[in-house]
Write a protein that binds this ligand. Structure first.
Ligand code: HEM
Length: 377
């Protein structure tokens, strides 16, 4: 059952089904001067059909919010800039949330859901423990809701905020695709198995990416997001001694860098170190030049360059050589990642509060909180 309030009822359902054949069919019918009761019946059937199959055909699009929230990009960008002004890691936190969102059930905002009746939060998964930035998402969502209430999904906010985070910190920009909807479920088990671990080998990392349709180029370019942000010592201090029961430190870790990190980590396992010791808060190609000299922070970072005979070495070298090459591939890989199994059309909902599903979810025609959006029951 469809639930669209008058307030947001689009003139044409292209707002719901941008790029959808079904929409075009419906809209042209809707605009026809030959509207009659029989035509209405045809329209209803078409519309019902489009609801049934629209989700599987609907695609993300740059213009999805052109009519319903035309200032979205400006609003999110201003909000991200404000967040970065008060927390230099805000951008790093946001893009990491988007990554962890997309790898579990696709980019559907599921990572943001907290424990609730019927919801076992993905935040409980080891891969998400200590993840930060939910309050930054809340603030962006509040700004977006003020501008266009009930229209923009939390999943789309993460995608847009990630682009802005990179761009504001000196990295590339790209046209974000929109139209994702928010899940009504979380998948903690999926988070346990799908999220990449810093203790994994290159083959394991490649497999995790392959499982969500991303290739080796995506793995190498997206890992470049570790050009900014921090990691807690607990994720890399195993490299300091008796690495993999060898009785020695990780041989791919630069000894001077190791001594430096040991100093940092003497303060405890939860101490944070910069991913990039050279330009910690700038989005640049230094992640790759660091790998070339054994200064990848995580084992999983250094694997890209130090795995003997790996096809990733040439990619690292090409990114280290030319920032433009890295930026070009990063842009494309962010779009690829953002396209992972989105909920579209009539699937999911537009959450009012990114941390929980709308209270009327599952109630036919409910008019409670969150019902004013594009919710399709
Ligand atoms: C390839 C596999 C990856 C692994 C194993 C990995 C692992 C990690 C770990 C262990 C941390 C530190 C977490 C903490 O201390 O709480 C981290 C932080 C971070 N990750 Fe990844 N990551 C991977 C890929 C990515 C990708 C694809 C992106 C984004 C496109 C990304 C973005 C970030 C950012 C920006 C941070 C810093 C966050 C902050 O400062 O709060 N990572 N990652």
């Amino acid at each position: 059952m469809l639930n669209i309030s008058r307030r947001h009822a689009p003139l044409c359902f292209t707002d719901l089904y941008k790029n959808s054949f079904h929409c075009l069919t419906f809209c042209s019918l809707q605009n026809s001067k030959m509207a009659s009761s029989s035509a209405n019946a045809v329209i209803s059937s078409f519309f019902f059909l489009s609801l049934l199959i629209g989700g599987s055909f609907a695609q993300l699009s740059e213009t999805f919010y052109d009519q319903t929230c035309p200032r979205l990009a400006n609003v999110v960008r201003a909000s991200v800039k404000k967040a970065i002004e008060s927390d230099i890691r805000a951008g790093a936190k946001l893009i990491r949330l988007h990554f962890h969102d997309c790898f579990v059930n696709g980019c559907d905002g599921s990572v943001l859901l907290e424990d609730a009746p019927g919801i076992v939060s993905e935040l409980n998964s080891p891969g998400n423990q200590g993840i930060q930035g939910l309050e930054i998402v809340d603030a962006i969502k509040a700004d977006v809701e003020r501008e266009c209430p009930g229209i923009v999904s939390c999943a789309d906010i993460l995608a847009q905020a990630s682009k802005d985070s990179v761009d504001v910190q000196g990295g590339p920009s790209w046209r974000v695709l929109y139209g994702r909807r928010d899940s009504r479920i979380a998948n903690k088990t999926g988070a346990d198995s799908n999220l990449a671990s810093p203790f994994e080998t290159l083959d394991q990392l490649k497999a995790k990416f392959r499982n969500v349709g991303l290739n080796t180029m995506d793995l190498v370019s997206l890992s470049g997001a570790h050009t900014f942000g921090r990691s807690r010592c607990r994720f890399f201090s195993h490299r300091f001694a008796n690495f993999n029961n060898t009785g020695r430190p990780d041989q791919s870790l630069n000894p001077d860098y190791r001594s430096f990190l040991e100093g940092v980590c003497s303060a405890g396992a939860d101490t944070r170190a910069n991913f990039d010791p050279v330009t910690p808060d700038v989005f640049d190609k230094n992640y790759y030049t660091n790998l070339q000299v054994g200064k990848g922070l995580l084992q999983s970072d250094q694997e890209l360059f130090s795995t003997p005979g790996a096809d990733t070495i040439a990619i690292v070298n090409s990114f280290a050589e030319r920032e433009g090459t890295f930026f070009k591939e990063f842009r494309q890989s962010m779009i690829n990642m953002g396209n992972i199994k989105p909920l579209t059309g009539g699937q999911g909902e537009i959450r009012r509060n990114c941390r929980r599903v709308n209270s009327n979810s599952g109630l036919l025609g409910g008019e409670g909180e969150g019902s004013e959006g594009h919710d399709v029951m």
